[in-house]
Each structure stands twice: as C-alpha cells, then as structure tokens.
Design a protein around this ligand. Structure first.
Ligand code: ATP
Ligand code: MG
Length: 314
C-alpha cells in the first residue's frame, strides 16, 4: 500500500490516506464489523448497522451527477470493500505515527483475529477538517464561502432526499484549496453558482444521518443513546439535545430544522476560529455579516429556506 498515512479517527472508524491504482489520493475509512472483540470500548457494529452509513454515502456521493438537484458538497464514494484478516503492518505503522504526532483516543488495532471482517469505504480525499484547519484558513471571506457551500449542499440534499445530517460538527466538514473560482449547483432544476474564495467544501460522516429514497426512510435510532445527549462544554453537545427537543426523540421523521441548528453551530465555530490574514479593511464588515447570520439563521425552517432568504447568500 503506497504512502499510507493515518489522517483521522472516530469511535468506530480509523481513516487512512493512500494512493489508488489510478494515482489519486483517497481516504479509506476502515470499520471492524461483526466481531466479538470490543473496539475502543464499544461493541462492533453488525453488517446491518453499517449498511445505513453505506447507503447514505452512496446516495449523497451520487448527488454530483443528478440532473435536478446537484451538488459536489458531499464526499465522493469511489468504492466499497469487505475484507477479512488482521491489520496489515503498513497500517499499524501509520497508526503509530499518528499516535506519536497527535495522540490517539483509540485502541491500537493489533488485536484482531484472522477471521475479523472490516468494511472499507474508499472516499475521495476531501482535504482537512475544520477542527484541524484552525489558524490555517485565510480570512472570514473564506469562512463565509464555507458556510455558503455547506448550506447549498444541505439544501440540495433536503430537496432531493429529505436529508438531515444530524452530526455536522467541525470534524465533519472538510476543506481543500482550489484554483476554481466558482462552484455550481442545481436546486429543483435551476442552475446557480457561488464563489469558492479558493476552497472547496466536502461534508462527511453520516453515521447519524437520515434520508428518504422512494418512501423508504433510512435513519439511525439514537433515542436510547443516553451518552450522546449528556455532553457538556461545547455548543456541539447542546445541538443533540436541541434536535431531540424538536423531534420529540423520534429519529425517523423529517425535521430539516436540525440542519439549521448545525449551520448555527458552524457559524459560531467559524467566528471563533483564528485566521492567517489580518483580513484587511473588509474584515470588520465580514465579521458583522457573519454575526448577523448567527443572530438570524435559526428562524428558517430548513437549509433550503436559509439559502433562499438569508441576505448573506443573495
Ligand atoms: N474523505 C476524507 N478526506 C480527508 N479526511 C477524511 C475523510 N474522511 C474522513 N477524514 C478524516 O477522518 C476523521 C474521521 O472520519 P469520520 O468523521 O468519517 O469518522 P468517525 O468520526 O469515526 O465516524 P463515526 O462517527 O462513524 O465514528 C475526519 O474528522 C477527518 O479528519
Ligand atoms: Mg466524524
């Protein structure tokens, strides 16, 4: 495996970057399934439990090819593998390097038996998540484009799939630099464009997400996940409780206002981040504009409504 580098982790997954057969950089999200060993203190997911994330990844990735509602704002899913065996040495080396440099909260994945199954989701490499971009983004002008791109992606997915992300914290928004000046999208058949300000956004991590395909609802029942609703110390943890208040702890129904709650949270994060450039004369105006967005966005019933009506996006 060429240039295998660990780039991220969560309770259920380890994420590595590598180069695929075509020479493109890709991200591999590796999730142990069906085994009896606990991983990072949790039971492994079953094939059935992981299916939800696979279906949603595929649907959102396909939005870049749709003729009516189109967006490039969700991470591209290239391929899907199911493999059996223990963790290969190259991946353990990459895991150790990450652990030395950044520290890991996960167990070293060296204890799996030869019959362990893993699901590997092969994604496009989407860049660096916002949490790890703090201090590297150029300006609040870029922050505004990021918020615009996230709103567009959510709006398009609402219209096409009755989509709610439900876990859009700053570790799940990726940004990469681009020379492309404009980004295009289709909303209910109408073509629009936005200014990239030199960055492209990719939304990831659908482990709590919800959508509908032909009247079939795909969702994750978190109604009994007490830990998820007990977090303190960051606005992120309030959002889980606010979502529950809005849907009465029924996680199959469609409440697109949850997307607006995450836009509100993301705006607060973008306002609190450090930027490389001083921002020049426009910086104060931009801070005021984003603050107005923060003060007003919660009144909209969905990302679609926010996109259509927020003065910042007109
Ligand atoms: N396609 C990608 N390109 C670049 N980096 C990625 C990509 N996918 C994931 N990452 C990195 O890996 C981290 C963890 O990935 P992800 O959020 O999908 O998994 P997770 O948090 O383990 O999910 P779960 O909530 O299912 O446990 C991300 O925060 C990000 O830094
Ligand atoms: Mg995540």
């Amino acid at each position: 495996m060429k240039q295998c580098v660990k780039i991220g982790e969560g309770t259920f997954g380890e994420v590595f970057s590598t180069t695929n057969a075509s020479g493109d950089t890709v991200a591999l999200k590796i999730i142990p399934v069906e085994g009896s060993d606990k991983v990072n203190g949790e039971e492994q997911k079953t094939f059935g439990e992981i299916l939800h994330e696979i279906i949603i990844s595929k649907e959102l990735s396909s939005l870049k090819e749709k003729q009516h509602n189109q967006t490039h704002g969700f991470i591209g899913l290239n391929d899907l593998h199911c493999v059996q065996g223990c963790y290969p040495p190259d991946f353990l080396n990459a895991w150790d390097n990450f652990n030395w440099k950044k520290g890991s909260e996960n167990d070293r994945p060296d204890f799996f038996e030869k019959d362990q199954f893993f699901i590997i989701l092969e994604f496009e490499f989407g860049g660096v998540d916002l949490e790890n971009s703090n201090g590297t983004l150029m300006s609040l002008l870029v922050a505004k484009s990021i918020l615009h791109q996230v709103t567009v992606a959510l709006a398009v997915a609402e219209q096409e799939l009755q989509f709610e992300h439900r876990d859009l914290h700053w570790g799940n928004v990726l940004v990469k630099t681009t020379k492309q000046k404009k980004g295009s999208f289709l909303l209910n058949g109408a073509a629009h464009s936005l200014e990239t300000k030199g960055v492209l956004v990719r939304i990831i991590d659908y482990s709590l997400s919800r959508l509908e395909i032909d009247d079939l609802t795909v969702s994750c029942d978190i109604s009994k996940d007490e830990e998820l609703f007990m977090g303190q110390g960051d606005y992120q943890f309030d959002i889980y409780r606010l979502m529950r208040q809005e849907n009465g702890n029924n996680w199959s129904n469609y409440h697109p206002h949850t997307n607006v709650l995450w836009l509100h949270y993301l705006c607060s994060k973008l306002l609190s981040m450090k930027y490389r450039g001083s921002g020049g004369r426009g910086a104060k105006d931009m801070r005021e504009e984003l603050t107005r967005f923060y003060d007003n966005v919660l009144q909209y019933s969905s990302a679609t409504e926010a996109l259509r009506n927020c003065p910042m996006f007109q």
